[in-house]
Design a protein around this ligand. Structure first.
Ligand code: NAP
Length: 371
């Protein structure tokens, strides 16, 4: 992928030439961007099906979601800057979904991504390397492969692109509508055969269901490239580890969603400083037992001159997954980019996992997560 190599190389030369990173795109000349360190070497990029992606992507659930994430249209300029900053620094994987965006803003995350790609001020070659991974909701009215193909065409329209990077099933219906499941799988096959998508993936699939869909797609000549699950220091149960093992044995990439535990693993929330909205209730339950993990994260971060979110994201990378932290501001994006370019030691990983085990309450799992 010419895009990633040139970007990483450009970034490396910029950083070695000067303490200040002068980002080349016009949008950034006006902004004082703190030094972003060389992020990753070309050989650290990850093969994903026929594509090559950065070792970390960015998640865009918040882009259009008012209820949980407090999205406002006034944030759009900042979100474009987040996108530009990420892409200029070699991040080429963006996760979205056709259900992202609340109420009348449904589809807003895909629409914004489409706009940001189109308005990206950098080189066209760089823009062309962007891989959009979207997820298709298994709505009860999507009962045939044709309806799934239509959903894909609508996403392409919102994204204003001709071909998707990864088309992911957002969740499996195996637990409650097993007959729908096969139609969804055939929908993925149809999108792939029609050339609408470069690769297909799943999300919220448990170990058993993951093997089943992998085997089914194989018989249809469609490779399964990725499996997305909640994977973080607050979501590292037996199931996550089983899924990781299966992914490794079948050549599937594991994408870690909510790697910051919806913001809990940034260290910025406390019992007296809870986020607005529904997260407050969840955080209020988890935070009282989280101190051992937060102290370990803090201690390692201080020792290494990193920040708590950088350590939490780096742990996901060290476990061989591709984290997709959600980002709402340029400051968060800059900070999360600093999760790349270094690695926790095995002792540090052990220390973090021991501390995580001590937390009495973990993250709530997606209700659609299957076995
Ligand atoms: N497949 C699925 O079912 C599924 C489910 C969930 C998520 N996902 C995907 O995974 C992505 C990431 O997960 P997520 O957004 O749920 O949660 P996350 O990545 O664990 O947390 C993201 C949130 O943490 C806060 N944050 C991020 N970086 C920060 C920093 N450096 N400093 C301080 N605060 C920071 C921001 O919210 P605040 O500033 O408001 O705290 C941000 O929106 C999503 O965007 C989505 O693409 C997929």
């Amino acid at each position: 992928m010419a895009f990633c190599t040139t970007t990483a190389t450009a970034c490396l030369s910029r950083c070695s030439a000067s303490e200040e990173t002068l980002l080349p795109s016009p949008a950034f000349r006006a902004l004082k961007i703190p030094r972003v360190r060389p992020l990753f070497w070309p050989w650290e990029k990850v093969k994903m099906g026929s594509m090559v992606v950065s070792p970390m992507g960015f998640g865009t659930w918040a882009w259009g979601n008012q209820l949980l994430w407090g999205y406002q249209k006034s944030m759009d300029g900042d979100l474009q800057a987040v996108f530009n900053l990420a892409v200029e620094n070699g991040i080429n994987l963006f996760d979205t979904a056709d259900s992202y965006g609340t109420g009348r803003l449904n589809g807003q995350s895909e629409k914004l991504l489409g706009k940001f790609i189109r308005d990206f001020p950098g080189r066209e070659g760089v823009r062309d390397g962007v891989v959009i991974a979207t997820k298709f909701a298994a709505y009860p009215w999507r009962l045939t492969p044709g309806q799934f193909v239509k959903a894909c065409e609508s996403s392409l329209e919102r994204l204003q692109i001709e071909k998707l990077g990864i088309a992911q099933l957002h969740w499996s219906t195996a637990n409650y509508a097993p007959l729908q499941e096969l139609a969804l799988w055939d929908g993925l096959v149809a999108m792939y055969e029609k050339g609408l998508v470069r690769a297909v993936g799943v999300s919220n699939y448990g170990p058993k269901q993951l093997v089943k869909i992998h085997n089914y797609l194989k018989t249809r000549g469609v490779p399964l490239c990725s499996a997305q699950v909640q994977f973080s220091l607050l979501s590292m149960g037996e199931k996550q580890m089983q899924i990781k093992d299966i992914c490794d044995s079948l050549g599937i990439r594991l994408i870690s969603y909510s790697p910051l535990g919806l913001g809990l693993l940034t260290g910025k929330y406390t019992a007296s400083n809870l986020p607005r909205g529904p997260r407050a209730l969840l955080f209020g339950q988890i935070l009282p037992g989280l101190e051992p993990l937060l102290s370990s994260l803090r201690e390692i971060a201080e020792r290494r001159g990193k920040s708590i979110p950088q350590v939490a994201i780096n742990w996901c990378i060290c476990k061989g997954t591709i984290p997709i932290p959600g980002v709402k501001t340029v400051k968060q994006a800059e900070e999360n980019l600093g999760a790349l370019g270094w690695r926790l030691s095995s002792d540090e990983i052990f220390q973090l996992e021991c501390a995580a085990q001590e937390s009495p309450k973990k993250m709530v799992q997606n209700i659609f997560q299957t076995n």
